[in-house]
Design a protein around this ligand. Sequence first.
Ligand code: FAD
Ligand code: NAP
Length: 531
Amino acid sequence: MDKKNKFDVIVVGAGFAGMYALYKLRKLGLQVKVYEAGSGVGGTWFWNRYPGARCDVNSLEYSYQFSDELQQEWNWSERYSGQPEILEYANHVADRFELIKDIQFNTRVLELDYNENTNRWSGKTDQGDRFDTQFCVMATGCLSKHNVPDIEGLDRFQGELLHTGKWPHTPVDFKGKSVGVIGTGSSGIQSIPIIAEQASSLTVFQRTPNFSIPAHNAPMDKNHEAAVKRNYREFRKENALQRAAIRMTPNPESALAVSQIERDTVFEKNWLKGGLPFSASFSDIGVSLDANATAVDFVHRKIKGLVDDPEVAEKLCPKTVIGCKRLCVDTGYYETFNRANVNLVDIKKHPIKCVTESGVSTSTGDHKFDALVLATGFDAMTGAILSIDIKGQGKQTLATRWEAGPKNYLGLTINGFPNLFTITGPGSPSVLSNMIVAIEQHVDFLSELLKFMQKNAKEKVEASLNAEDDWVDLVNNIADQTLYTSGCNSWYIGANIPGKPAVFMPYIGFPTYVEKCKEIVSDNYRGFEFS
Ligand code: FAD
Ligand code: NAP
């Protein structure tokens, strides 16, 4: 193979994970090359350009901390910054750390094949490139393979068909148009209020209602920003001790230990603060059905207070426990259903029969649209990795290995797939944490591991089978003590993708995960096999 196609490391993906992996691994003196399917950096923030797209973790936290110069010089304009600003930040990071020269854009990796004789991986891209590398870093994203639902006739639609996860790069103008939106997860909930303001009419097709907490987004409080920047390191350190590595003030009290009036006072305070910290209102909301029911009752009352039509309000009230699906964070979502141009269709009751040339046909009639928006989410956590044909030791494919659900060690390394790493893979805190924090922790761990190998002249590393089995058991045991596995049809267990194995994928608890990683390293990388 031509020398120019031989690398020490190839990184797949140039979102926040791939960008940081490139920055960090280059520092080890390794020759690193990144392949990215999109035409720019930013990953999630490159693809999800739908109206209203913004982070639901405070911007002072949803940003890199590896460079103090970077975190001091960058100023966020809002409490929860919008997609354009986050993308601008990603581009700034790419320029500042000279990342672009090692990234090949518009290139999708299709195949990765491990050769046992050479202990190297060979790969192929959709642009016809072939490459050879010792290490593969999968920075392919937990939420990057968008899910197009299998609805009959979708390809027949003659109007504008859009997906929130693959939004056009040119502005979409809904002014004067009749629009349909399918899906009421975070993407639907963020985009619906804005589409409703522009469109002449909007019909929302809801299969399962979701809980949403108001963001109370606002321009960045400059005094707060300055205070954080004066002590950024300490701020980050404190946040990393929180369960989701997101700044909250968890209430140690049980929701069941106080009177309804006291409980409502706490819920009301957190509702007014807004965002994800609502889930930390009491200590047992995530583990006790009775405690959870008190939060459900509070949010139901809020929805009924915000939505004028009692029938519509009832349809919008989720009947599941709160928090077993990702909590949504909105700006004016429930209020949008008071608008005269907005209509809510419960498609559990009145299923979509098919999409026609002019719109959507349900059991109660036809809806005609100029534009149809699919806010139908992602094949989460495993979708992007398994879209690549990965063959490990003995030519076993990863798809076969993970047929019954993903198995790995620390969410990072897979037995039988040496020298291949998954950044924020299933089995790591990933989507149940501030993801930029989780990304940095994983890349730092990997960098130390490769340094250890360089120092000890090791060429090959993989998880032992026992370590992997124990890890998967641990991830499941932790989840089973919570309400995440209480029967919710969440993407955390793959329930949104027909035929996907029902396995709870993320590790719950960022601080305990970090402690486990440290303990494993200090025990000579227990569970890792080197040769
Ligand atoms: P991604 O950003 O998904 O990047 C993966 C990249 O890999 C993509 O650019 C993709 O094109 C590329 N890729 C995949 N497969 C291939 C291949 N075979 N070949 C070449 N390239 C490939 N998390 C939070 O913590 N807080 C938030 O507020 C938040 N908001 C979000 C809002 C939206 C709309 C979405 C969808 C997710 C949000 N997330 C949030 C999660 C978000 O995905 C992560 O925070 C983070 O951006 C993930 O970075 P990443 O680099 O791991 O993956
Ligand atoms: P999602 O949460 O999976 O929501 C998808 C929606 O589409 C659900 O309402 C789902 O209904 C519906 N749906 C899926 N397939 C369908 C079908 N065949 N027919 C009808 N309806 C269908 O996806 P998302 O909203 O894109 O969010 C995914 C994740 O990305 C979030 O949970 C979050 O982690 C992240 N995100 C964050 C933000 C943010 O606020 N910063 C914004 C967007 C995304 P069911 O519930 O019945 O399956």
